[in-house]
Design a protein around this ligand. Sequence first.
Ligand SMILES: Cc1cc2nc3c(=O)[nH]c(=O)nc-3n(C[C@H](O)[C@H](O)[C@H](O)COP(=O)(O)OP(=O)(O)OC[C@H]3O[C@@H](n4cnc5c(N)ncnc54)[C@H](O)[C@@H]3O)c2cc1C
Length: 415
Amino acid sequence: MNRGKVVILGGGVIGLCSAYYCQNHGFEVTILDKGEFSSGTSFGNAGMIVPSHFVPLAQPGIIAKGIKWMFNSESPFYVRPRFSRSLLDWGWKFYHYSSKNHVLGSAPLLKELNLESKRLYVSLCDQLEDIKIDEKGLIMYCKTRRALDEEAQLADQAVKLGLKAIVMDKQQLNDIDPNLTLDVEGGVYFPDDAFFSPNLFLEKLKLKLIEEGVEMVSQVDNIKFEVGKNLKLIDTNQGTFSGDQFVISAGVWTEELAKLLGLKILMQSGKGYSFTLENPVEIPKICSILTEAKVAVTPMIEGLRFAGTMEIGPLNFDINQRRVQGIKKSIASYFPSFHLSDFNEAEIWTGLRPCSPDGLPYIGRVKKLSNVLLATGHGLMGMSLGPITGKLIAEIASDQYPRIEISSLAVERFL
Ligand SMILES: Cc1cc2nc3c(=O)[nH]c(=O)nc-3n(C[C@H](O)[C@H](O)[C@H](O)COP(=O)(O)OP(=O)(O)OC[C@H]3O[C@@H](n4cnc5c(N)ncnc54)[C@H](O)[C@@H]3O)c2cc1C
């Protein structure tokens, strides 16, 4: 069945998964990218699929921590102070949503989205060649008793939500991952989580899309929208693209595209870094997060990847070496077999997370232009939520009820 044509702007994990499911729902699909479908945040991240992340970034205590960390140049979370209307609007909402009620209200939805996305990943990987997700789970390593107590409380909440979470001492953690030397107090094991190489997955997905007849256009620039009652077409340096429906999934760059359509969405960029050791001294079997340092560690086909920091600030890819140094120091402190010199040759990758102020994505139709859909704002968990977002976009574009109730993700919820 041909349901008409969908044009997608932005080819990170969200755009590519939207293209896959729209094509599967019977749409003719064109996807446009400003780069070569490999320059966004989706291509160097930690590759974790995280049902355990049911707490949004906007949470109680985060503002106080953020203020404390602003005075530490190696800290994992930082808001770059600047006079900007969009930062003020975003910051005010972020403050408003950093509440217990918001966390309790969002947790069941985030858990459901993540679990469904993981299920979709498993079947999607079955369709692709030579790729599978590793379903061994994730460990939150804690160096201090205080962090372990906090994680244990989170584990309790996880169990109440129906997830598996096991609090462990150092010996039990050693038994789970005997390949790794640890200097920690304990940790929490989340068996429902998973991990893989995001780069490899996206390469395979792109090949699949081409094979299935999706038109992929790279190096797209000078975008102009022609709008009547609805969006009619997109004019670009690579030609003019008309469609029945349009999806904007350009990550952190969605805000400026939305502006061209007269639509205001609140978004800030959350910069992070990653680097990968091809031949590390030790290779863990399972992915982990160094809890106090907020550093992610993932074994993947390319080697052992470390990722961290969240710098809320303007759109740029500058590397802050002090913060990268903070990541390196924390690795050596949790995993004493690693030394700072191990990272001398490591190339630093920078990624910009698209962050909404309430920590929830924007998924749905734009009210005032009903043939335009937005899919962005996934912040810390965009890789995890790629397939479910694509599936929901395909269902909404097909005028079906989305499989999960997502009214709290409405695009215009802050207007
Ligand atoms: C260090 C780090 C580690 C992370 N680890 C994880 C993790 O382990 N698990 C997890 O779930 N998430 C993780 N994330 C978050 C995740 O990477 C992001 O949420 C996700 O990649 C966002 O995907 P996206 O498709 O929205 O954006 P992007 O991947 O940034 O894609 C946007 C695309 O839009 C294109 N574009 C931009 N402007 C235009 C335009 N005008 N026209 C057309 N195209 C345009 C860009 O070229 C790009 O290809 C991490 C992020 C960072 C920074």
